[in-house]
Structures are given as C-alpha cells and as structure tokens.
Design a protein around this ligand. Structure first.
Ligand code: ZN
Ligand code: ZN
Length: 168
C-alpha cells in the first residue's frame, strides 16, 4: 500500500488521512506468521514546521503459540506509530526519521517494523508459564509430572558410586 506524499511535500495540502487495511499475513515473527487477519491502520500525516509528521495506530489480531509450552496464544493488539518523514537526509542519522524516496511511502514495511519492535520479546501464554517437561513433554502448567523426583543429580550419582565402592 503506497501513499503519494507529493502534495504534502509540495505544500499543496497540509493534512493527509491515513486509512488502510494491510495484508501482513506473510509477516514473520519468531518463525511464525502471527498476523493471520488484516491489519487496520488509522491515522494522519500533517505538515508541521516544514516536516511531515506521521501518526497512526495499527490494530491487529495476533495468533501464535507460547514459546515455552506451545499452547495457542492470541489477542487483539494496538501499536502506536510515530515518525517524521523526510524526502532527503542531510547527514543526520536518526531512527526517528524515515526517508521517503520518490515522494512515495510504502505502509507495509513501516507498519511491519513498528509492530515487530512493539511485540513482546517472548510469546507467552502467561508470564509465569512453566513450559513443558524436557523429559516427558507434559505441560507443567497442568501439574507436575514426577520426572523431577526420579532424575538424579550427576554430582549425587558420583557420590553414590563412591559410597558403593567404599562398601565393597
Ligand atoms: Zn505457556
Ligand atoms: Zn516429566
């Protein structure tokens, strides 16, 4: 989805509403494509102090699995987007500025980057998810599995064999 910014840069208009429905179903996050439904973008671009200010909210449905226990995780999220759009960079290097080439702003990569940075580092079904047992695969949120008691600490195993040798 491309926005033509020429009228803004040329000073012909001072405000451009941003309203778009984006298909970000191929957006990848932690090896998954969690944006299964269209993303709604709403906002505006206004000219202020000879610069273009982009503000918008991206509303989306997130659907993936818990990093620890693999159970489904989904929810509705909103990411706030704020950028200053420039047609050329005068040597300044800053993350706030978005360089717009040929007066065309592609909303897809901009929205994808903002959502990526806004999403939590880990996808968890709940903050204290216990995950799966590494031995039997049981979901430990449903209760303990009993593997822990049977598992022998390697240091204890050495001690146990020494004790056995002593008694021989
Ligand atoms: Zn979990
Ligand atoms: Zn287990």
């Amino acid at each position: 989805m491309i926005l033509q910014l020429k009228p803004l840069f040329a000073g012909e208009i001072e405000r451009l509403p941003v309203e778009a429905t984006l298909d970000l179903s191929s957006f990848e996050f932690h090896g998954d494509c969690p944006l299964t439904r269209p993303v709604e973008l709403k906002g505006e671009i206004v000219v202020r102090a000879d610069m273009l200010w982009f503000t918008a909210t991206a509303s989306y449905h997130f659907e993936s699995v818990c990093d620890r226990c693999l159970s489904p995780v989904c929810g509705e999220f909103v990411t706030r987007m704020e950028h200053i759009l420039v047609s050329s960079l005068n040597g300044e290097e800053t993350d706030e500025l978005v360089l717009v080439e040929n007066d065309e702003l592609d909303l897809v990569p901009l929205t994808e980057t903002d959502i990526y940075l806004d999403l939590p580092q880990k996808t968890l079904c709940k903050s204290d998810c216990r995950g799966l047992c590494q031995h039997c695969g049981k979901n430990l949120n449903d209760g303990l599995c009993g593997c822990h008691e049977k598992k022998v600490d390697p240091r204890m195993a050495v001690l146990a064999s020494l004790l056995t040798e002593d008694t021989e």
